[in-house]
Design a protein around this ligand. Sequence first.
Ligand code: HSE
Length: 426
Amino acid sequence: MKTITIGLLGLGTVGKGVVTLLQKQAAKIARTQDFRFKLKSVAVHNCAHHRNDNLPAGTILTDKVTDVVDDPEIQIVIEAMGTIEPAKVAICQAILNGKSIISANKDLLATAGDEILPLAKTAGVDFFYEASVAGGIPILRVLSSSLETDQITQITGIINGTANYVLTAMDREHKDYATALKAAQELGYAEADPTNDVQGIDATYKLIILSRFAFGQSLSLKDVPRRGITTISPAQLISAGQLGLKVKLLAVAKEENRQLFSFVGPAAIPASEPLAHVNGVQNAIAVQSDALGETTYTGPGAGAAPTANSILSDLLATGDDIVKGNCGREFNSYRKPVSAKPLTAAPQQYLITVEGTGNLLSIISSIPTLSWQQQATGRNYWSGLTPVISRDALEELLITLKRSGQKISYLPIANSWQPVLEKIEE
Ligand code: HSE
């Protein structure tokens, strides 16, 4: 049986998960594949911090990335360092040295994927990154294989485990924002700096990767309008619940008429939709496509074991390619540039919440032009659902309401958006 030698960069939550699962499943891998893996070296920032980590006997712990990426014996490098630098330099060096790459690094793939993935193709090595989107859900393989012959029209995802964990804990357990975020950090779900999780940046990176697979379109960060969850209040969550809605951080990309509308931010989802019931660290991606209609993929979006499982599935695919001499095929070869548009500009329905101690009823009745669809009231808040209105009408409404001096917030209602399509010349 052939032995494939691998190296690992990073021994945080994900790296440790890979080491553990690799040891746990070694016997099964040997039974189902005609190769086995040997973890030769692991590069970390500070070896002293990892002396007690349970590495396989004989595995070298080093603080030099070059001990992994320049080692001629290593055929596959698993990058679990996260963030863009120095991971980018390490990966490029490993590719130039003819090594296949497996990465969970959404920041890097979203921002520099167009630059580094062609390097792998040219070098004739594999580069897989299933774990970069939605943790344990094998969504990229589904999009690149099972749905390859279908026409995808919309992707709606809950793709940040930390944000979903925080919103669920605030809604169901009435935890405050800071306590809920601390718990997500302690469980190993959050990024080292959770800003990317709570500001929607991590979800935007994942949406950019998903959009390449689903629509062939390479969006950039500036193409996707983004809001975070840091200002979501208990009153918004309670009043949404009273109106049959759940608040989730959504990532949406919708293609119509060669235009790709996108947005990342908190939205209120009708309880009748499957995504409304995705709680805690769970992620879900609802895919709308011509042949299948709607399919929804759910599973754990973060955490050591789920992420490691996605990495190991990439490892098996790469091992198989190495043994068969098939390395160099692209994970995703779909390209179809379309024009990027903000979904936030589309007419849609909104949940408006007014919070404060003023006379809420008189504030609301001061807006006679709008026929509220449904309303919810509590001691210190009032919430109402608008009809589908334009962005300009929303801005006017917010200005009028803000004159009351109360705290005013708004959330779009998922799937109420009605993109205005530009005429495309054939
Ligand atoms: N911080 C990420 C999340 C980890 O919470 O979803 C998985 O990408």
